[in-house]
Design a protein around this ligand. Structure first.
Ligand code: AMP
Ligand code: ZN
Ligand code: FE
Ligand code: FE
Length: 288
């Protein structure tokens, strides 16, 4: 059983539509895929409706959080999408991405890059707008060769000349909200140092005490020593450990199923969740 619990679609900053994503996941031989777009559940309906036979969908989202000035991502699975308090929190983060993108554009224009909001909005489409969309505009303009090349201090990376902050949730609030909505939480790529500062282990311990369910260990942004350290920490704190691709379609050079989650851990996640249930694929016919 191959299980990939972290992917993005055009509902945020991936390049596959939700329908394309589930088709590609089935073609890649996956049995379970989680759709975890940034701060939105906007892709779920389309993914469910297009779900191929033999593929199971775990609904989720990746919530933008910040603690003690450090940004971090919290994967939330199988929560009730209608839960008002959590929906409101997601919406606030998502909405604030627009003025934040405009601020990045303003800074880029001050650096003589002729990017416009219209261009970024066209690239983002209906998706929750983020740095990868602004980065794609920089690629279009010939400023950088690839999206990844825009994630530097020169441009949009951590502390970059054209970076800008967005509203982010307190992760302790986020864990509480997701739990109240019947969901399960996993700290995404907690040791991805190339993205900027990471939260200290003491904060992971505090989050565990506050109800965090697990940490993502097998992720391409973690090298072998980081994975070993995280596995030890998870044992110490009694946290689940997951693995996933963090697939973004063609915007990142990562394949679906690049890392996967142990079936027993997946089973435990589904047992803990009460807000929603995994959706078994029915070959396009809607089963709810
Ligand atoms: P945002 O939430 O708008 O700040 O954008 C964060 C997203 O940018 C992440 O989820 C990744 O998809 C992407 N990202 C972060 N660092 C890199 C990188 N070095 N190369 C490519 N994409 C990145
Ligand atoms: Zn992303
Ligand atoms: Fe992330
Ligand atoms: Fe992600």
């Amino acid at each position: 059983m191959r299980i990939d619990l972290h992917t993005h679609s055009t509902a945020s900053d991936g390049t596959d539509t939700p329908a394309e994503l589930v088709a590609n996941a089935a073609a890649a031989g996956l049995d379970v895929i989680a759709l975890t777009d940034h701060d939105t559940v906007g892709g779920h309906r389309e993914a469910v409706d297009a779900l191929p036979e033999g593929l199971t969908l775990v609904t989720g989202a990746e919530l933008s959080c910040r603690v003690d000035g450090v940004s971090m991502h919290l994967l939330a699975y199988l929560f009730d999408p209608a839960d008002a308090e959590l929906a409101q929190a997601r919406e606030r983060v998502r909405d604030d991405r627009v003025p934040r993108a405009r601020e990045m554009i303003r800074k880029l224009r001050a650096l003589d890059v002729p990017v416009t909001w219209e261009q970024v909005a066209r690239i983002a489409g209906d998706g929750s707008v983020g740095r990868p969309h602004v980065a794609a505009a920089l690629v279009e303009l010939g400023v950088v060769p690839t999206v990844s090349d825009a994630f530097t201090r020169e441009w949009l990376g951590h502390g970059g000349r054209a970076s800008a902050a967005k509203h982010e949730l307190d992760p302790f609030d986020a864990v509480r909200l997701v739990k109240a909505a019947g969901g399960v939480t996993v700290f995404a790529h907690p040791a991805a140092v190339k993205r900027g500062a990471v939260v200290p282990e003491s904060t992971i311990a505090a989050l565990a005490a506050a109800g965090l369910d697990g940490i993502e260990v097998d992720h391409l942004d973690h090298d072998a020593p980081a994975r070993a350290r995280l596995r030890g920490l998870a044992r110490e704190l009694d946290l689940l450990t997951t693995g996933s691709s963090d697939y973004h379609g063609s915007r990142k050079p990562i394949e679906l199923g690049a890392c996967t989650t142990d079936p027993e851990v997946y089973g435990e996640i589904t047992r803990r969740a009460t807000g929603a249930f995994p959706v078994p694929g029915a070959g396009g016919a809607v089963r709810r």
